[in-house]
Design a protein around this ligand. Structure first.
Ligand code: PHE
Length: 339
């Protein structure tokens, strides 16, 4: 029986040591240590053992059981370790890579240009004013000398609200607010979002951005206007742009001008942005109409001024070579990430 036990232990230990899978180990455990296993069978034979040998056999039995259990536990442990090592190998992580999905943000091109122009004008002594997007008919039209029957007031051009207010169609109502709030002489700019009831296409949006400017002082003339517009364009484009000045009509300026720049997308040969003309209207401007000064509480006999309404959206398109206005507010990240 002693022999039998030693042999059983030796075979079990060898079997555990050479087992290739946890299943093989488990099979040995059941076969040797299980309730109906080999060790149990041997201990059932104990009755037949002469009493003086029982102590020794019992001891050997326990030793065999303990050593086999220990071997099994060790082997199972080894399998766990191997499994973990394989998993660590397969799921290898490079912790130095930037996390996916999180990218540094960037400013929208409109914001960038707006801030640049604000800096430029602040350095020239201008104040930056803000005005509401929902405006009164008075500030958007009447106070700007736009007559009651002017086509711009039409539903086709203006978004009217049910309470009689409107979405401002230009930033010029902020001129009105500036004349009411700023002391004279005044220099102000007002960047902002404006709205027109437009059919949307590559060069028209119902929502776009302008930057209004106004200066009121004694003896302001067209020479001042031209000086500031040249300074503005040089600051924006940082290169030579071809410009032309045409007479332009706006009820709130007299004389009024259209300052066009040669299209920077096509270089003047014609494209959708310049409507094939080679020129882009960028900077309507003029001397403030005496009626507007008067309505703003300013004596036109003593003071004069110039005003301009820069098309910020158009400017951004020129600057970055964007040929479809819809991209600017389309929210497509592939577009925005280029800036
Ligand atoms: N408010 C005018 C527009 O939106 C532009 C403009 C502003 C023209 C100031 C002259 C002076 O069309």
């Amino acid at each position: 029986m002693t022999e039998q036990l030693r042999e059983l232990e030796a075979r079990a230990l060898a079997g555990v040591a050479s087992a290739a899978t946890p299943e093989e180990v488990e099979a040995i455990r059941v076969d040797v240590l299980g309730r109906k296993g080999r060790l149990a069978a041997i201990s059932r034979e104990m009755g037949k053992v002469p009493p003086e040998e029982r102590g020794l056999i019992g001891k050997l039995l326990n030793q065999a059981k303990t050593s086999i259990e220990a071997a099994i536990a060790g082997r199972e442990d080894a399998f766990e370790q191997e499994k973990l090592a394989r998993r660590l190998d397969a799921e290898w992580l490079d912790l130095t890579l930037p996390p996916p999905g999180v990218r540094p943000g960037s400013l929208h091109p409109l914001t960038r240009i707006q801030r640049e122009i604000e800096d430029l004008f602040v350095s020239l002594g201008f104040t930056v004013l803000d005005g509401p997007e929902v405006e009164s008919e008075y500030n958007n039209f009447d106070a700007l000398n736009i007559p009651p029957d002017h086509p711009a007031r039409d539903m086709q051009d203006t978004f009217w609200l049910e309470n009689g207010m409107l979405l401002r169609t230009h930033t010029s109502p902020v001129q009105v607010r500036g004349m009411q709030t700023l002391p004279l002489p005044l220099r102000m700019i007002a960047p902002g979002r404006v709205f027109r009831n437009e059919e949307v296409d590559a060069s028209h949006e119902h929502t776009f951005y302008q930057l209004e400017g106004m200066m009121v002082d004694r003896e302001v003339s067209v020479a001042h206007l031209i000086y500031f517009m040249k300074t503005l364009l040089a600051g924006i484009f940082k290169r030579d742009v071809t410009v032309r000045l045409r007479p332009g009509y706006f009820p709130f300026v007299e004389p009024g001008f259209e300052l066009d720049i040669q299209c920077l997308i096509c270089g003047g040969s014609g494209c959708p942005v310049c409507k094939q003309s080679g020129w882009v209207e960028l900077l309507p401007c003029g001397l403030v109409h005496p009626n507007v000064l008067r309505l703003g509480g300013i004596d036109p006999g003593e003071w004069s001024g110039f005003a301009f309404g820069l098309g910020l959206t158009r400017l951004v398109m020129m600057r970055y070579g964007i040929d479809d206005i819809r991209q600017l507010q389309g929210g497509d990240l592939r577009f925005l990430r280029q800036f």
